[in-house]
Design a protein around this ligand. Structure first.
Ligand code: PLP
Length: 466
């Protein structure tokens, strides 16, 4: 097992370097890395929570996107997960990036991504961030209100503007329409204002809502965008770009499938923006790329047993309470902010046994820090591990170290074939070493080196830069 896991490659990603463990899918799997990491931690008395990040999954998603929506250029929404491994992989594959702030623009450009591959997709921008975009020639940016137009006129009059219309799925998990997007009459008026200000409006964008549950929202939004294009033409403006936003699911079990959205989007594009129209189509997928690549493993740091005579009559209470070392102030903030639900799994290294009612709690002193109020688990012990899959979207990106609990470290893996595709050619991704089992640093050595670090970002760099 070790020899199949320890084929490692070190790549530069901007100012940092990443270690990626490439593996042969006929011999091992992501689960093997999880098992190996757990065994190693147990052997060395370590209990830090960790992520196994399968960059091959990001590559797979890229090809799926290209196959299903060949006309639509993905601009990855960095806010979803700004992990360097994910960004570097997508940069090497050639996607664009949707950035919401100066820091996101800087992070992506530091990987060698050119300004033409970035859209500053925030309709209400901080002035100094607009200045930064202007200084770095990041031309494309969104707007949805008149004061923003005046601000842009003052700070960055050459910007290429994209008018964000309101076209939300009211049932989306995260409704963005309550905050952003101009309704059609207002959108048309704004085009007139932009024209009077002699600003360069190049297109229309929308976001149906993150975690969209209703594919027809895309078709409707595309038809509304067409109406805005026609109005623009009627007042002498020529739009040539459509941005169909985010909201594409990234994991199994989402309320709708990616295919359902494809089945809605493709015919709508063909109808309203056919190839011959010459309109460039882009999108801002976030969770689509990030969600399923991340597997989180947490350690049970404490356990409380609720005796049978204390369990309520209706048997609704948990029998075992498990306290683990990541929670809603960390990766599981998705339970609060992203309205996510998570499924716990028991590592297969443990012998299966009878299931009991249980609840799972994060490590902080706050009662809200509950990961699962009720689930079914075999009886576990302190020191054992639990697994949560599909933990890549809106998790580590918004986690804190509240109460002094560190963020989990990141460990990157990729099937050999996938690694070949993210091999550095462009974007500053430079392979510096290729260590084999005999001459290189094994996973075990790598794990030994990531001791005594406290923060996720720091940890990633320290554990990867060897
Ligand atoms: N674009 C914008 C402007 C957003 O606000 C978001 C998410 O909030 C996204 C793209 C990404 O959405 P998702 O992760 O659902 O694809």
């Amino acid at each position: 097992l070790y020899s199949s896991l320890s084929n490692q490659e070190t790549v530069l990603a901007g100012d940092s370097s990443l270690t990626i463990y490439s593996f042969d899918t006929s011999q091992s799997s992501v689960q093997d890395f999880v098992n190996e990491h757990i065994k190693h931690s147990d052997l060395h008395g370590k209990d830090d929570a960790f992520y196994i990040v399968n960059l091959g999954d990001v590559v797979r998603k890229f090809h799926l996107w290209r196959e299903k929506l060949p006309r639509v250029e993905p601009f990855y929404a960095v806010k979803c997960n700004d992990d360097l491994g994910v960004l570097q992989t997508l940069a090497a594959l050639g996607t664009g990036f949707d950035c919401a702030s100066k820091a996101e623009i800087a992070k992506v450009m530091n990987l060698g991504v050119g300004p033409e591959r970035i859209i500053f997709a925030h309709p209400c921008k901080t002035a100094s961030h607009i200045n930064y975009a202007a200084e770095h020639n990041v031309q494309m940016t969104t707007f949805d209100n008149e004061p923003e137009l005046h601000k842009i006129k003052r700070l960055f009059p050459q910007a290429e503007l994209v008018l964000r219309i309101r076209a939300d799925d009211p049932l989306a998990v995260c409704n963005l329409g309550i905050k952003f997007g101009a309704k059609l009459p207002e959108a048309k008026r704004l085009l007139g204002v932009a024209k009077d200000l002699q600003l360069n409006v190049i297109g229309v964008s929308f976001h149906v809502g993150s975690g969209c549950t209703n594919a027809s929202a895309y078709g409707k939004a595309i038809s509304w965008a067409k109406e805005v294009f026609e109005h623009a033409e009627s007042i002498g403006m020529n739009l040539n770009m459509l941005d169909i936003g985010g909201g594409y699911p990234g994991q199994q079990g989402a309320p709708i499938t990616f295919q359902e959205i494809v089945d809605e989007v493709s015919p709508a594009l063909d109808k309203y923006f056919p190839q011959e129209s010459g309109v460039r189509i882009i999108a801002e997928p976030g969770r689509f790329f990030a969600a399923s690549a991340f597997t989180l493993c947490v350690n049970i740091v404490a356990k409380r047993v609720i005796e049978a005579d204390q369990v309520s009559q209706d048997e609704d209470g948990p029998k075992f309470m498990y306290y683990v070392n990541d929670g809603v102030y960390g990766s599981f903030n998705c339970l609060l902010y992203d309205h996510a639900t998570v499924d716990v799994k028991v590592p297969p290294i443990y012998v299966p046994s009878e299931l009991h009612r249980a609840s799972i709690w994060g490590p902080t002193c706050d009662g809200i820090d509950c990961i699962s109020a009720k689930c079914w688990l075999p009886e576990m012990d302190s020191g054992q591990w639990l697994i949560f899959e599909d933990m890549g979207a809106y998790t580590c990106a918004a986690s804190s170290t509240f109460n002094g609990f560190s963020r989990p470290g990141m460990f990157y893996v990729a099937p050999q074939e996938a690694f070949e595709q993210v091999r550095p050619t462009t974007c500053g991704m430079t392979r510096t070493t290729s260590a084999s089992t005999d001459e290189g640093v094994s996973l075990e050595d790598h794990l030994m080196k990531e001791e005594s670090v406290t923060d996720g970002e720091e940890e990633m760099v320290m554990s990867c830069a060897m």
